[in-house]
Design a binder for this molecule. Structure first.
Ligand SMILES: Cc1ncc(COP(=O)(O)O)c(C=O)c1O
Length: 349
């Protein structure tokens, strides 16, 4: 049997959050939306003619591309549609980081990025967040490419778009702003991606969180045509299946439904944050659909995570120096959050 490539032999892949299937569980561990997607998604699925599945799908997802372009204020040629934003991250690394080159990101951040750099046989250069988890300004020649997650995960904090724009101006490489959670935030960087003088910034979003569509794979990014063209050159011929294209388009056409769900989540987020603070937790000011929160003095995050899990209340715990004292808690529905708070109270938290 042929051996695996040498640079991959010791690589452990990305470990996604647990996907348990337990009746009555409270699943607050992978930042899914507790509310269903737009009814238009159901209508699109019901109207979908299964007989057409014998045909290959549109290779460039034209309709979704046009829709995103209209929403983002750019030309369709500046939009790339992908099989989840994870696909964009993988293609970005392949297109803009040479083998042996470097991919910059903050630390802690989304832990897929170092894995993608390793797969590319490139160096991941993590830039430590400040002590208060805010982002330092990366040096202009920090790396060949940089992924700035905004708001950041798992910390939930938003950096000002002006700060990111200032970095983009000085940065010598290609910058990807990962806006997976931006619909829960008060500001975004899309204007930077769509600006006519932009040559080095891509802004990426997903339908997995705010649009309640983690179960189909649909992400997109916007930026200068030459960068977008590079992604189209290297993608799989038919990276978006026909069902995902139809469903994603239907969801994008009902932004008011998404915004109504976001409003409910933001109200629950604030109530949960205030309740935890009243119980002695430290909660970072979240611009996302999750909280990054440190349990009160004397309660270890790792123990709490395990105790909650035993009760089928799932949150996310990231061991490590910077994150090991904290939990990442997805903002669920009101009943889910009530169950969480009850379980926490049972643990003295
Ligand atoms: C920061 C960040 N970027 C990207 C993704 C990937 O999202 P998608 O479901 O579109 O692949 C996630 C998923 O949790 C995320 O947290």
């Amino acid at each position: 049997m042929a051996p695996i490539c040498r640079h991959l032999a010791a690589l452990s892949g990305y470990v996604p959050g647990e996907q348990p299937h337990v009746a009555g569980m409270v699943k607050l561990n992978t930042n899914e939306n507790p509310y269903p997607p737009s009814p238009r998604v159901g209508e699109a699925l019901a109207a979908f003619d299964w007989r057409t599945l014998r045909l290959y799908p549109d290779p460039v997802s034209s309709k979704a591309r046009e829709r995103v372009a209209r929403v983002c204020g750019c030309a369709p040629e500046q939009v790339f549609i992908a099989n989840g934003s994870d696909e964009i991250l993988a293609l970005f690394t392949r297109a803009f980081v040479e083998e042996g080159g470097s991919l910059g990101c903050f630390s802690p951040t989304y832990s897929l990025y170092p894995v993608l750099a390793a797969i590319r046989n490139a160096q991941c250069k993590p830039l430590p967040l400040n002590g208060d988890f805010t982002c330092p300004m990366p040096p202009p020649d920090f790396s060949d490419a940089f992924i700035w997650t905004n708001p950041n995960a798992p910390t939930s904090l938003l950096a000002a778009p002006e700060t990111i724009a200032a970095f983009a101006k000085t940065y010598s490489g290609i910058l990807l702003v990962d806006e997976a959670y931006v619909d829960f935030a008060p500001a975004d960087c899309m204007a930077l991606a769509a600006a006519p003088d932009n040559a080095n910034v891509l802004v990426m979003r997903t339908l997995s969180k705010s649009y309640s569509l983690a179960g189909i794979r649909f992400g997109y990014c916007v930026g200068p045509k030459p960068l977008v063209d590079a992604l189209y050159v290297i993608k799989d011929s038919y990276n978006m299946d026909a069902v995902a294209q139809a469903v994603g388009l239907a969801a994008l056409e009902d932004a008011p439904h998404m915004r109504a769900n976001v409003a409910k989540i933001l109200a629950t987020r604030e109530r949960l944050a205030r309740t935890l603070e009243a119980r002695g937790w430290t909660v970072l000011p979240s611009a996302t659909n999750f909280l990054f929160a440190r349990p009160p003095e004397g309660v270890a995050a790792a123990d709490l995570f395990a105790a909650l899990r035993a009760e089928h209340v799932y949150v996310r715990y990231f061991p490590g120096e910077r994150t090991g004292a904290w939990l990442r808690i997805t903002v669920g529905s009101e009943p889910e959050v009530a169950r969480l708070l009850e379980a926490l109270a049972g643990q003295g938290a």
